[in-house]
Design a protein. Sequence first.
Length: 366
Amino acid sequence: MAIAGGNISLDSTEGMDKITQTEKVTSPYFSDGSTTLLAANITTSSLTDTNETYFFGISNSSTPTVEEFNVAFGSTRGFGSNDDANAIKAPTDAIYKQYASLLLAPTEVTGGFKISQKGSGGQLTSADTEIFILNSRRSNMKDRLNKGTWQISLTGSNSANDAGSTLLHLKDDSSTTSPTATPVGDRYNIVSCSSAGVIAAAATERNFGFFYPDMGIMVFSQKELSGSIPGTHANKNDVTALNTQTHFGFGTGEGVDANKKFALRFVNCLRTLGGSLKFRDEEDQVSAQYFCRVRSGHMNFSNNPTFVSGSLNELRQSTMKGNPNTFISSVQLYNDAGDMVAVGNLSTPLKKNFSSEATIKVKLTY
């Protein structure tokens, strides 16, 4: 690395003329620049019928064309979708297997997501056969979703005539529990909490799902969600309609004869008064700081033609003879091939002559 103007070489060895630092920076997740998406502003994106077989998009009413999240429903038994009398793989079964293959270790894929099922010894024994998935938008989440700061509030009913009376707050347990290593990065549990974000019960007592911050994905146990917000059981096998009182809950049926749109049950519980999504993204910003050291004999002359005069290129100002003065206004960094890779402009030109030295720090963030 070199500085233009005097071809000053920099020692780019880490810790010499270069220091590299990585900093985690968080910012509001949603497209409108906010951290929270409230129930009144939650809507579903316009999707083709084919896409609605597999997932629904969640949008902000202020930016309806932008999907903030996708929500899907998966079932190892194909419940809630149409398998055309076993002629095709049921879409909800395909969704479950897709996320199992993506998120679980190869030896765990067949066993499925073991979120809520526990034996007498506290060990997970069998898989949750039905799951809800919340999938974030990569351009919103940057490098990952920020752990420990997000919260989901779900509202629904626990009986046929009790719409919107049950409120469930969920967050991850990163503040109290070490992560579980997976092929796609750290995994945390999803647990219940107060509206202020204080964990109500540890995952060892009740686990609602898994959170994969590097993937921006949350997998929820349908069994645990319906245990808190079942909705109207008498209609659990109906096709879900958007934002209707009948389906304020996570109770689902067992049919495989039609697309029941069970994923909308998650959306409905977000759209009810009290529901919300609160998220921040996280990005790794790498900054390289170059210390450009201008010694007493450097940068005391200029290539500007007005600096000299006459055929002998003598200094135009006689007062500069013996100790010319220049002003450094910018620093250009070049790689070993001679290509300019960065320019740093000084806020105020820096006076330089033979009796002075300077160290200029250039910071590149990417």
